[in-house]
Ligand binder design. Structure first.
Ligand SMILES: Cc1cc2nc3c(=O)[nH]c(=O)nc-3n(C[C@H](O)[C@H](O)[C@H](O)COP(=O)(O)OP(=O)(O)OC[C@H]3O[C@@H](n4cnc5c(N)ncnc54)[C@H](O)[C@@H]3O)c2cc1C
Length: 274
């Protein structure tokens, strides 16, 4: 396994009240091999006061250190990348004081450093699709925005984005046949009342209500676990009968769970389902 990449903050931009873009520099040569638009990295947050052997190897550390001394790992989409210039940016949802990565990003300053493993990825828009459906909340927005950037000029796309309010709407690089609908839930993602969350999230209803276009569709849906996996996934596969390879769908975060709590929950679920 290659050593993690050192990323150094060069600047930050407050894109909206709940989204901060952090620009980094680093040696990104190996990122040239990845072409997925949902390209992501595993950011490594060291625990203060713990001396880690260099180069940092998460697998080795997991085998030797107690859980409370392990670095915290969080997954984030690479929003923009310039390998030659050695620069990339990540858009972080600022979701209050809970967690590690969100609060880190809210306070990030020039010169701050992080380690990153990756990149990984699994999706890029296919030119042969007749149309594209892209749906997300704030956490999935960086990947959706990167997908829109990569669409051919004549691509047909319907884009559904759920955000807190009008101030959370950002500019997207829309082509002539790309229609973006912003769904305002009326509260930040960490503070949304139960009746507007999960299966009741505006994104779920919007996907169900979307006018389906003729021809083959390629779908990309990522966001909060309950909305995506319980609200939207059954609709796409059971009601719309889409083929697995036509759909990229996953949970990017889960209400009330940290990323490692969420990982444990997924493992338990997989074990229970055999
Ligand atoms: C492939 C992939 C790509 C991703 N890309 C991005 C990205 O580009 N930008 C981005 O912001 N996120 C992205 N995420 C989601 C991000 O990894 C999670 O939101 C992560 O849990 C944030 O870590 P944290 O330390 O801030 O909070 P955690 O410590 O994991 O959680 C603390 C608390 O905050 C809540 N929480 C976590 N995330 C959110 C949120 N988005 N909104 C409201 N409450 C939240 C949790 O439910 C928990 O209660 C991605 C996830 C995956 C799997």
């Amino acid at each position: 396994m290659p050593s993690p990449t050192l990323l150094t903050v060069t600047s930050t931009e407050q894109l909206t009240p709940h989204l901060v873009r952090v620009h980094f520099t680093g040696d990104l040569a190996h990122f040239a091999e990845s072409s997925e638009t949902d390209r992501y990295v595993k950011l490594i947050f060291k625990q203060p006061g713990v001396d880690y052997p260099e180069p940092l190897d998460m697998k080795a550390l997991r085998a030797t250190l107690p859980a409370d001394q392990l670095p915290v790992v969080r997954t984030y989409t690479v929003r923009t990348l310039d390998v030659a210039a050695g620069s990339l940016s990540i858009d972080f949802v600022v979701h209050g004081d809970d967690g590690v990565a969100g609060p880190w990003a809210a306070a990030a300053a020039t010169g701050d450093e992080l380690l990153a493993n990756g990149p990984g990825g699994g999706y890029a828009p296919r030119a042969e699709a007749d149309w594209h459906l892209l749906a997300c909340d704030e956490a999935g927005l960086p990947a959706v925005a990167a997908a829109i950037d990569a669409l051919p000029d004549d691509a047909v796309a319907r884009v559904l984005v759920e955000v807190a309010g009008e101030d959370d709407v950002i500019e997207l690089d829309e082509g002539a046949n790309v229609e973006v609908t912003w769904l305002l839930r009326g509260a930040p993602s960490h503070d949304v009342p139960d009746e507007r969350a999960g299966r009741n999230a505006p994104l779920v209803q919007a996907v169900r209500d979307l006018e389906w276009l003729p021809g083959t569709v390629q779908v990309f849906v990522h966001g909060e676990a309950a909305a995506v996996m319980h609200g939207i996934r059954p609709f796409l596969f059971t009601e719309r009968g889409l083929a697995r390879e036509a759909v990229s769908i996953s949970r990017y975060w889960r209400r009330g769970r940290t990323e490692e709590g969420f990982r444990e929950w997924k493992q338990e679920l997989a074990r229970a389902e055999g």
